[in-house]
Design a protein around this ligand. Structure first.
Ligand code: SF4
Length: 346
């Protein structure tokens, strides 16, 4: 079907209201940048999901990082997004202002050079993310072992997306369908959504990130719902296969194993984290993720945003008190956070 016909059909939709969750922040950003909300029927609601790793990182883990960064001869290495996220006491930015050693890196592999340059410093890499970044952490571990580096460890807060989607299907029944995360699906393959699609009767459609890809995915979802079909469709076949990237999965499985994970604002989701295997504990700087601290800043509704219960604009603090410069909650801090994306683009 031609793009104009797809747009016309989505614009003219006048049936029951439909709620589609786009799981990852990159899709949220593309939806804004391509103006999709303005060209489809208001009866098709697009709502953000839990696919921003920084937003769901537990306060206890941030506390662990800030504690480490303040220790003598320790340095925490991190991606920039993590700097402003608050723990229960401090963010890494605040710890740095107090004299802690914290460095922003653009690639985990750059940590190797840091560690080799300063042998007196114990480096800790803040390994945060989903399946997408985990193979890179596995490669980092390969390199650490190959070069026999003793002063570089990982503090992990790695989540897997399927248990979170399962949690949402079980608890958030108003969501009718999912735009599956493109990047995660490259690693996991589209097969992982099959069980949820059939158990919960929800279409799961994997899509690329261009506006036309997302429109095609929404159209596919609407067609499935109309025909009462609940299937997994992969519309991003130039990057995603059914089986996923098996080499990357092998790398992940070599170093990591499943464990219970704490999601900020949600709590514990069983088997939703990846932790370093016991045999690699010498490279493990811990995570403290097992400590449940549900607390979000007062008034912050990040949990409702992550679970698709509200849009960011429905949070009373949005744009008034909470802005990227003075972020109250993690969803405003991260480049992939729904609140930050809505703020920058609306
Ligand atoms: Fe939290 Fe700010 Fe988003 Fe409100 S606007 S949910 S306070 S991050």
């Amino acid at each position: 079907m031609k793009l104009e016909q797809v747009i016309k059909a989505l614009k003219e939709y006048d049936g029951e209201p439909v709620k589609i969750m786009e799981v990852c922040g990159t899709h949220t950003k593309s939806i804004f940048q391509s103006g999709i909300r303005t060209i489809i029927s208001p009866k098709i609601q697009l709502i953000s999901g839990p696919g921003c790793p920084v937003c769901v990182t537990s306060p206890a883990y941030i506390d662990h990082l800030t504690d480490l960064s303040l220790k003598e001869k320790y340095c925490v290495l991190t991606f920039g997004d993590m700097m402003k996220v608050k723990g229960t006491k401090l963010s890494l930015t605040e710890a740095k202002a107090m004299g802690a050693q914290v460095k922003v890196l653009y690639s985990p592999l750059a940590a190797i050079a840091e560690a080799e340059r300063n042998l007196d410093t114990q480096y800790v890499f803040a390994a945060v993310g989903f399946e997408t970044t985990t193979p890179i952490y596995a490669l980092l571990l390969d390199e650490i072992r190959k070069r026999k580096i003793k002063n570089l460890k990982l503090a992990t807060s790695i989540k897997t997306i399927l248990p979170a989607l399962s949690f949402i299907c079980e608890n958030e029944t108003s969501i009718d369908a999912f735009l599956s995360p493109g990047h995660v699906s490259v690693i996991t393959g589209s097969k992982i959504y099959k069980g949820l699609a059939s158990t919960y009767h929800k279409p799961f459609v994997v899509a690329g990130f261009e506006g036309e890809h997302i429109l095609a995915a929404i159209y596919e979802i609407m067609s499935q719902l109309k025909g009462k079909r609940y299937e997994v469709r992969n519309l991003y076949s130039n990057a995603v296969t059914e089986e996923g990237n098996q080499k990357a999965e092998r790398l992940i499985n070599q170093y990591f194993e499943e464990a219970n994970g704490i999601w900020r604002g949600i709590g514990m989701i069983e088997q939703s984290a990846l932790k370093l295997k016991e045999e690699y504990k010498e490279y493990d700087a811990g995570s403290r993720e097992e400590e449940i601290i549900e607390e979000l800043p007062k008034g912050c509704r990040c949990a409702d945003v992550i679970l698709g219960r509200i849009q960011p604009v429905e949070c009373p603090l949005f744009q008034k008190v909470c802005t990227p410069l003075h972020a109250v909650g993690p969803c405003m801090v991260s480049a992939e956070g729904a609140c930050g994306i809505w703020y920058q683009n609306s």
